[in-house]
Write a protein that binds this ligand. Sequence first.
Ligand code: ZN
Length: 311
Amino acid sequence: MLLGIDIGGTNLVAAKVRDDGTILNKIGIPVDRSWTAEELCEQIAFLACKAAGNDKEITSVGIGFPGLVDHSAGVVVQTPNMPFRNTKFRELFQKYWDIPVFMGNDANCAAIGEYWAGAAKGCDTVMMITLGTGIGGGFIVNGKLLTGHFGGAMEVGHMVIEPNGIPCGCGNRGCFEQYGSATALIRMAKAEMETDGSSAMWTLCGGELRNVQGITVFQAAKTDDAAAKRVLDQYISGLAVGIANLINILQPEMICLGGGIGCADEELFYEPLRKKVGQLVYDKHAPIPITRAKLGNDAGIIGAAMLCNMI
Ligand SMILES: [Zn+2]
């Protein structure tokens, strides 16, 4: 029996996970933004003990963090929205519970979850890309997670796809996540709405730009709104560049898309995306399937628990 923990910006969630990837029970607590790194570690350890209950069969704990993690050193290097900075997490955790602790990035964990129990079950080499506030990535090759030398591989969101492009939170310009994340889609929608006062997107967001969400664009495009269709075309074009680059370098058996955008419509999103990616990839003889992730938030917990088999 394994224990998986998903550390999100708003909630910490833990669950017992069977060796086949089945979640047995799940508990969560809200994150208090005032916690220090040490307090956060303590809360994670408490939550892990609570989720484990009296189960003496648990052999390891796996934890997915929203940021850069060095598993071999047991260190959380940095997390954009949390207080970790070169935090010796494993050492702090094991003060409370002396058990093997596996650490990973949350997008890596989502990839493992989908590989083990979701859309990519049965594949040997799969790439997962999560399209949310930013873009995360995870790559499993021949049944093992690609971690990179210091654990920071597959930070695909910060692959530069446009020299001197849009500034990114990381300090560079033109990063993939400035063109392919949900945040980017929302930014593009707002810009288009400002030049097209008649767009159906205005009605859908109650006349307030701040209410625009990723789904607003899809809802409007479904009603044939021209502005929304222009936004989607622009967005999918940027996303396709990043995905085609990744296929050219790594050629997975399958690409699995998660996060909010990953749930998007087949006709409005997946079909045009596959077409654009197909035009950009170098090896055109066999298209790489691009599919929707299946497990939602559970992918991260299952994947965290399964880190022990993957790294
Ligand atoms: Zn960046």
